[in-house]
Design a protein around this ligand. Structure first.
Ligand code: SF4
Ligand code: SF4
Length: 337
């Protein structure tokens, strides 16, 4: 397994890391077992966030007494310095540690710089030794580009998968040039990509640290298998990726859920990508009475536009939903998929 160094932080870990968002959906016992198994299997970098309910607590329990053996990053969505300090103290307490390897401003709406209270608080936290490195996460490419240009952050976390655009790929390369670490979130594009081998082979071509969101032991086993069998890009994998890109590129929903809640309760993060999901997962799972009812809610959309203002990918959500509904109804009527 190739090692990745996260820019000027000097943090060097296998290019196969654990994203701890999904463990909030499983029991503490199962989460701790999964995290320890990930460590035993070779993973050394674990990314969590204050916003992931009890994820930090589970990570803290898993690595109690072995803090120096793992790297832990967390995040805050604070919008004032008071909330920043409260979040940091809570994260440290729950993670049972007196320092974070990387602390990130979570889902930054812009690049916070010198003089901004959040950035000043980051510097102070670093000076106090509560955090070792200053990081940031973003979902909008323009914001991410500003962050790199600012030269103020040691790591950038941004969505990156084999559906990446040329501009996304440039971002990863610019991070490398700027000696910044690049942490890749959504390496499976929100569950849309299902071939872990292709996802890993793609990542191996870049200076990026993927944090795979892991909830099930079977998922973990797939990622851990790459510690035993090295994966690199081959002609066969490249052609698989090329075909998948042709099928999926364009206006597609990544399932992140940032646009929600919807004014009329449409489950946007699933319904706006139904056409893709139904063709990739066992389709029966998406044709149940439950999903038929969820899809029909699209007819209640009042075009209020609130969701559009929240989508980091600037998708025209009401129209995307309508397209998905049209396709779904055709499938229900017997269209071949
Ligand atoms: S535009 Fe439609 S989908 Fe978006 S929030 Fe409003 S009602 Fe919901
Ligand atoms: S429509 Fe946009 S914000 Fe909503 S789930 Fe999809 S990608 Fe995320």
């Amino acid at each position: 397994m190739r090692n990745i160094t996260l820019g000027s932080t000097g943090i060097t870990v296998p290019q196969n890391a654990f994203g701890a968002l999904p463990i909030q959906r499983i029991s503490t016992e199962d989460a701790v077992r999964l995290l320890r198994k990930a460590y035993d299997g070779g993973m050394r970098f674990f990314d969590t966030a204050r916003a992931y309910s009890d994820s930090e607590e589970k990570v803290g329990l898993a690595f109690e007494g072995m803090r120096d053996k793992v790297f832990i990053s967390s995040k805050t969505m604070a919008d004032t310095k008071e909330k920043f300090w409260a979040d940091l103290d809570t994260s440290l307490r729950l993670l049972k540690t007196d320092y974070l390897d990387i602390y990130q401003l979570h889902c930054a709406a812009r690049c916070y710089g010198e003089g901004d209270e959040l950035y000043e608080a980051m510097k102070e936290a670093k000076a106090q030794g509560k955090i070792r490195h200053i990081g940031i996460t973003a979902h909008k490419i323009g914001v991410a580009e500003d962050i790199i240009k600012s030269g103020l952050y040691e790591t950038l976390q941004f969505p990156f998968s084999y559906l990446a655009s040329d501009r996304d790929i440039r971002l990863v390369k610019d991070c490398e040039k700027a000696n910044m670490g690049f942490i890749a979130m959504k390496g499976l594009s929100g569950g849309l990509l299902t071939d872990s081998k292709a996802c890993m082979a793609f990542m191996s071509e870049y200076n990026a640290l993927p944090i795979w969101g892991i909830q099930r032991e079977s998922e973990l086993d797939e990622w851990l298998s790459f510690f035993k069998t090295e994966i690199s890009m081959t002609d066969e994998i490249r052609s698989f990726i090329d075909n998948d890109r042709k099928e999926l590129l364009g206006e597609f929903c990544r399932g992140c859920g940032y646009c929600m809640p919807c004014t009329v309760d449409i489950t946007i993060n699933q319904c706006a990508r139904m056409s893709q999901m139904i063709r990739r997962a066992p389709s029966q799972n998406w044709l149940t009475e439950h999903w038929q009812q969820e899809m029909m809610k699209i007819e209640n959309c009042i075009d209020c536009g609130i969701c559009k203002t929240r989508c980091p990918y600037e998708l025209d959500i009401p129209n995307l939903l309508k397209k998905n509904l049209k396709d779904y109804k055709e499938i229900l009527a017997g269209k071949e998929i």
